[in-house]
Ligand binder design. Structure first.
Ligand code: BG6
Length: 489
């Protein structure tokens, strides 16, 4: 099945941090793919902007390498690549002093084209860049600004950042990106819930026993030492990606896919999350930090050795969350995420309640609860685990099997990266898959008390061996309630 491509209007795409890691690994390759799939209209331009001194030619060489490193060779055609590189230019700018913004203005000219200012830079520069864009009169009605997480490190700093950007751009122009919302299966979650009559009547505390959300990674610190050690897993993954997934599972049906209709419903979920206070934190949360072990096929260092300094930052979090509303009262949401875990897997497990009464004798074997497993990565798809009779002439024996709906074949050979979808949404001005200001702040309101409880009580990060599923306390967290983590391998 090939998806239908609807071209977007011509646009100027300005990447602050154009020579950085995000630009190299994600943005330039995503833009290349969108061009190759004929989604651009002409003239569309891409302008790299950063402090590095470079000319157009050098930026094109950087982009060429980015594409050959991060796009599969079968998608790189010489003519296509040339067209792409021809639309690139570069300007050296200094976000602090404002140097270069005048030149940027000259380069964009008076065009009425859509302008996308993508801030692929440290959040400490968001305010300066935003203010400079305003001061140099670069912000037109058709401009949008895209900011990457983290938006702040707590509620107060998030508010301050939102205020600064909000002074320069209208909320309808601000795109707070959470790339998890661009993942195909995450959007499929909405299709599954709201385009099928099957699940919605069961989607509540009368039928669902609990929900698990796991985002497990095998990577360690990578090259993000300074950022990660200040953030930790709670801020880096739970405040945004995991809470967004939780919202999509738990929200009421919005009236439409209109951006505000969807975001209003997500906000209600965030506001209904039960605060975890200082007394509850040790029972409802687990912090972990990886020690030396084996991961991704070889021995790996522990977090502290990798960092080269003492640190109490957590690289693993497990939380038992509760949503205090009619639909979800009494249904725990077990959340966990970590680095250097046993495998790279992101999935949502909806476990249904047990059948009320079994008509089968003991010889039929155990009857497992139905589970709906929504796999975000790898092997995107949905599995509905059901009980069936073990085939054959023997007696009545029951077996659990998955009804397997893998999405892999429907991608016509290539699973588009989340950024491709999200960047095109920015150009179109569609904010449905972006976080609104109040959502980000509501998420911090739930995260801050946990972070404060950890700091106040010195709840330590418990060591776990790299390549395992995290500290044993995470297993205890769910087993105390008579449940187990879904085996994700
Ligand atoms: C980022 C986090 O937002 O998401 C990283 O900052 C993490 O720490 C990454 O590795 C995971 O994204 P993905 O798409 O690889 O699951």
């Amino acid at each position: 099945m090939t998806s239908q491509i609807i071209p977007v209007d011509p646009f100027d795409f300005i990447i602050f941090g154009g020579t950085g890691d995000l630009s190299e690994r994600k943005l330039l390759p995503a833009l290349y793919h969108r061009q190759r799939d004929h989604q651009f209209s002409e003239p569309t331009r891409i302008i790299g902007a950063s402090r590095t001194k470079m000319d157009d030619k050098e930026f094109r060489a950087f982009a060429k390498k980015a594409i050959s490193d991060h796009v599969k060779p079968e998608y790189i055609e010489e003519a296509e690549l040339k067209t792409f590189l021809d639309r690139l230019s570069y300007i050296t700018v200094d976000a602090k002093s404002g140097d270069g913004f005048g030149e940027l203005k000259k380069s964009i000219g008076d065009s009425k084209r859509i302008r996308v200012f993508y801030l692929a830079v440290a959040p400490s520069l968001f305010g300066d860049i935003s203010d400079n864009l305003k001061a140099h009169k670069l912000v037109t009605p058709d401009s949008r600004i895209v900011v990457e997480k983290p938006i702040g490190r707590d509620l107060e700093s998030a508010r301050a950042l939102n205020d600064i950007i909000g002074d320069d751009f209208g909320e309808h122009q601000i795109f707070r990106i959470d790339h998890y919302l661009g993942k195909e299966t995450v959007q499929n979650l909405m299709a599954l819930r709201f385009a099928n009559a099957l699940y919605e009547p069961l989607w509540n505390s009368a039928h669902i026993d609990h929900v698990q959300i796991t985002v497990a990674e095998t990577v360690g610190l990578e090259d993000r030492v300074t950022y990660y050690d200040k953030a930790g897993a709670l801020r880096d993954m739970v405040q945004n990606h995991i809470l967004q997934l939780l919202c999509l599972v738990a929200m009421e049906a919005p009236a439409s896919m209109d951006a505000n209709a969807v975001r209003d419903e997500k906000l209600k979920v965030l506001n209904a999350l039960k605060r975890v206070n200082g007394n509850e934190a040790p029972k409802q949360t687990v912090r972990g930090q990886y020690r030396a072990g084996a991961s991704a096929g070889g021995p790996v260092k522990g977090y502290i050795e990798e960092l080269g300094a003492e640190s109490t930052t957590e690289t693993f979090v497990a939380i038992k969350a509760e949503i205090a509303n009619w639909r979800w009262a009494g249904v725990p949401f077990y959340l966990r995420t970590g680095k250097r875990l046993a495998s790279r897997v992101s999935e949502i497990v909806i476990e249904f309640k047990p059948i009320p009464h079994s008509i089968f004798g003991e010889s039929a074997g155990p009857i497992f609860n139905n589970q709906l497993v929504i796999r975000l990565q790898p092997d995107e798809g949905v599995k509905q685990f059901i009980m069936i009779k073990d085939p054959g002439p023997g007696g009545m024996r029951l077996r659990q099997i998955p009804l397997d709906m893998s999405f892999a074949q429907s991608f016509d050979g290539r699973a588009p990266d989340a950024y491709e979808r999200l960047i095109m949404d920015v150009v179109r001005g569609n904010q449905t898959l972006f976080m609104r200001r109040d959502e980000v702040e509501a998420a911090w309101k739930w995260i801050d008390p946990i972070q404060n409880a950890w700091e106040g009580s010195r709840q330590e990060a418990q060591g776990y061996t790299a390549g395992t599923w995290g500290p044993s306390a995470s297993i205890a967290l769910i087993e105390r309630d008579g449940r187990t983590w879904h085996e994700s391998n």
